[in-house]
Write a new protein. Structure first.
Length: 353
């Protein structure tokens, strides 16, 4: 099949997306697909661009901490500078001639439903969740409201609170993170009132500089084991456990080798594993996700599972969790990518399967 892998984009997770997308493109070529790796804001990548990205991998700091106007460390694709670029598809003919579009974009308009709406309007067949599922999963506030209403345990939270209000209601320590973001970019563990105040000030100033709402979530901290469940099709993959070298599973621990131990399958009782898998499938369906996703949990010292969030387009780098879960189920990375393409292709009567 002709597959266009969309990667890069205009979010703070651009570098992760470039790495994810290049590895997906490489795997799909190996199993016989005709593949174009396309950055919606920078154009098609050459095989040389892809090779450079695959060789250099993901940096230890997110773009937000190294300056958005600097050249991409890992590719020859033009970096963002000044005002954010908008993801567009209308001038990329490769997209409309593809049998399947494989979004490997993370964050921003590539994952919040905007891109998916454009693909739907263009009549494109694409892998992953549609506009509604992406929008629901990307907005952590909406996700948690739906979880709470469905009776699925999730930690208490506040949006853009006053520091004193947050400490009184949520206690210390607490977590702060963007309501619409991923890859642990701008994830904070706050253990004092002063740290909460400082984070509110820093994020407020960042938002004023960009002319956008801060939209930060402050969440009660739940101590326990971090576990994750990948979904492929309508099946839950083996549960994995993340043991991080830092207090949190942050950007560095996610994308730098040796900074986290990811155990698949997790060494937990069978009953707990089944509960997590059943809950993950429930969340996947509740949020209208499709094809593949990843649902993250904390299991506290009493054995209770707390749902942290859902990922509509989980990372697909060699160090990412969904590929490791698939491997634990006996599936290679190449087979995983091919399976996702075929799941999408079933929605296109004209595709050659």
């Amino acid at each position: 099949m002709r597959v266009v892998v969309l990667l890069g984009g205009d979010s703070e997770e651009r570098e992760v997306s470039l790495s994810s997308g290049c590895q997906v493109a490489d795997a799909l070529r190996d199993v016989g697909h005709e593949v174009v790796a396309l950055d919606p804001v920078g154009g098609a990548l050459t095989r040389g661009d892809e090779k450079k990205i695959l060789t250099e991998g993901v940096g230890s700091l997110p773009p937000a901490e190294i300056g958005l106007g600097e050249a991409d460390r890992s590719s020859g694709v033009p970096a963002r500078s000044g005002a954010p670029t908008r993801v567009t598809i209308s001038h990329h003919e490769e997209i409309f001639s593809a049998d399947v579009v494989f979004p490997a974009l993370h964050g921003g308009t590539g994952e919040d439903g905007t891109l998916q709406a454009l693909l739907d309007l263009g009549g494109c067949t694409y892998a992953g969740s549609a506009m509604l599922g992406c929008a629901l999963a990307m907005d952590k506030d909406v996700t948690k409201r739906l979880l709470r209403d469905a009776g699925i345990r999730t930690a208490d939270w506040l949006m853009n609170p006053i520091a004193e209000e947050a400490v009184e209601r949520l206690g210390l320590p607490m977590i702060a993170k963007p309501v619409a973001g991923g890859s642990s970019v701008r994830l904070y563990l706050l253990d004092t009132l002063e740290a909460v105040r400082e984070t509110i000030d820093v994020e407020g100033e960042r938002s004023r500089e960009r002319g956008v709402s801060p939209d930060m979530m402050y969440e009660a901290f739940v101590a326990g084991r971090e576990l994750t469940v990948g979904i492929l099709g309508e099946n839950a993959l083996p549960v994995g456990e993340i043991v991080s070298e830092h207090d949190l599973f942050d950007y560095e621990c996610k994308y730098q080798a040796g900074m986290a131990h990811e155990i698949f399958p997790a060494e937990i009782p069978d009953k707990l594993a089944r509960t997590l898998q059943e809950t993950a499938l429930e969340v996947h369906r509740l949020l209208r996700l499709r094809d593949f996703s990843r649902i993250d949990f904390i299991v506290d010292t009493q054995g209770d599972a707390w749902c942290l969030e859902a990922n509509a387009l989980p990372g697909m780098t060699s160090n990412s969790l969904l590929p490791k879960a698939a491997r634990a189920a006996g599936m290679t990375f190449h087979e995983l990518c091919d399976r996702i393409v075929h799941l999408a292709a079933t929605r296109s009567p004209g595709a050659s399967l």
